[in-house]
Design a binder for this molecule. Sequence first.
Ligand code: PMP
Length: 359
Amino acid sequence: MRAYNFCAGPAALPTAVLEKAQQELLDWQGKGLSIMEMSHRSKDYVAVAEKAEADLRELMNIPENYQVLFLQGGASLQFSAIPMNLLGKNSKADYIHTGIWSEKALKEAQRYGDINVIEAGTSIDGKLAIKNQSEWNLSQDAAYVHYAENETIGGIQFADIPDVNVPLVSDLSSSILSAPLDVSKFGLIYAGAQKNIGPAGLTIVIVRDDLLDQSRSDIPSILKYSAQAKNGSMVNTPATYAWYLSGLVFEWLLEQGGVDAIHQVNLEKAKLLYGYIDSSDFYNNPIAVPNRSIMNVPFTLADEALEKLFLQEAEENHLLNLAGHRSVGGMRASIYNAVPLEGVQALVNFMDTFVQKHG
Ligand code: PMP
């Protein structure tokens, strides 16, 4: 039996996708070998890679003047690759700080240039929120503005896309493909795959053509967006299996009706879980309503001493990985695209039974 998996990443994958991969594992489409054993430069593999890109372009409605790169090193390597590629001669960038991941990004960027940190966290009636853009002190001469659209650990998400007049760079690791997004508003989007895309080991970068050729000359070619774009993300051997499996996830998403359709389900899941938490005196979510993440829902129990028991009983009920990030504690339910509405319903039922028993 497959449990409901609320892990923040590597996260749940659609069962139908895993079944397809299982079916094709030993003998991919009658070729007598696994896709893992195939040259990344073979005609068959290149077709799989190109289909995955085409499907992602369709899902996100990515304009022609953007490159889609399938890279390695995680979102964390992009924390360095972005300033290396985009700072160019202008050595200044603005970084919006809203939590642990945007902080990690800005700390890496500080090695490469003059980083203006905008402290955008605030509190509304005791709940954490993101300050209005009118309160940000953006610089006049930044090469780009960087923000983390959804803070996976804090469970805090931007209500709107910032409106800036320099290239906008966004870490979408935990929110890509969860809701419609106007890609044309961005200079660059990046995301580690292991939440809403596929298995770990793959990182997607979507970058506008005019930003490709601004890199410092002394950076490794593997990190140069222009070199990766010219070589179809195959400057070296890519993460072939993760790329293939992500392609299966894109096909699955298209079958579900695309991003608009999955967004409706995501809204329903979030409404159900936050609605239950808000109706209870026992559970609490620390985020102000407009900035609540629809993907990562942190919550605490009224009695911290019950946390261990909560996790143990959840597991007995086939509800896995509900512990909060090790740096913050508490609980967190990550309800990515592959977690069905029934999974969230099962979680809410369990939470309610737990309060009745122990609250
Ligand atoms: N950014 C965000 C928003 C994340 O959630 C994570 C991983 N949880 C990262 C960056 C780092 O990703 P990776 O482990 O792929 O380097």
